[in-house]
Design a protein around this ligand. Sequence first.
Ligand code: HEM
Length: 142
Amino acid sequence: MADHDHTIDTGKGTFSLEDLGPLMPGMAEIMPLVGSRIWKCYYAGKAHNRQLAAFQLKEAVNLMEKGAFLRPKYVDNMHKFIEEEVADVKKAIDNEDWDGFEPAFAAMVDAANAYHDVYDKSYLRWKVPDAPPPDLDMTPRG
Ligand code: HEM
C-alpha cells in the first residue's frame, strides 16, 4: 500500500480513490445528454441560428468523446461517426447551408441508430422530438 491513502471526503461520507472508477458515468448516463444536445442543435439549425446550433453540436461531441474515453470499446466507431456524419452537419452549420443541414442531419440520426444496432440496441431508435426544446430561445441574436 502507498504510504498515504487516497480517501475522498464528500462532506457526507468518504470513499477511496479506487471506488471512483465504477462511479464514472457510462453510456447509459451520457447518451441521454447527447440526445438533448442534438435535439437543441436541430431546432437551432431550423431557426437558422448558427451560433447556437454549432454550440450544441460541439457540446454533443464533447459528451460523445467523454463516453468513448470512459468506455473504450466504443472509441473507433465513435470517432468514425464524429469524423463522418457529424462533420457533415458541422460543415452545413458553419456554412449556414440550411438546405444542406436537413439531409445531413437526417443522415447523422440514421447513422447513430445504425450504431445502436451494432451494439445490439436496435430497440433504441432515437428521433428528433416533434417540438423545439422548451427551455431555450432559438431566435438568432446579432
Ligand atoms: C446523434 C447521435 C446519437 C444520439 C442522439 C444518441 C442517443 C441515444 C440515447 C437517447 C440513448 C439512451 C436511450 C435510453 O436509455 O433511453 C442512447 C443509448 C446508447 N447509444 Fe446512442 N446516440 C447517438 C450516437 C451513438 C453512437 C455514435 C454510438 C456508438 C458509437 C452510440 C451508442 C449507444 C449505446 C451503446 C447506448 C446504450 C447505452 C446503455 O447501455 O444504456 N450512440 N443513445
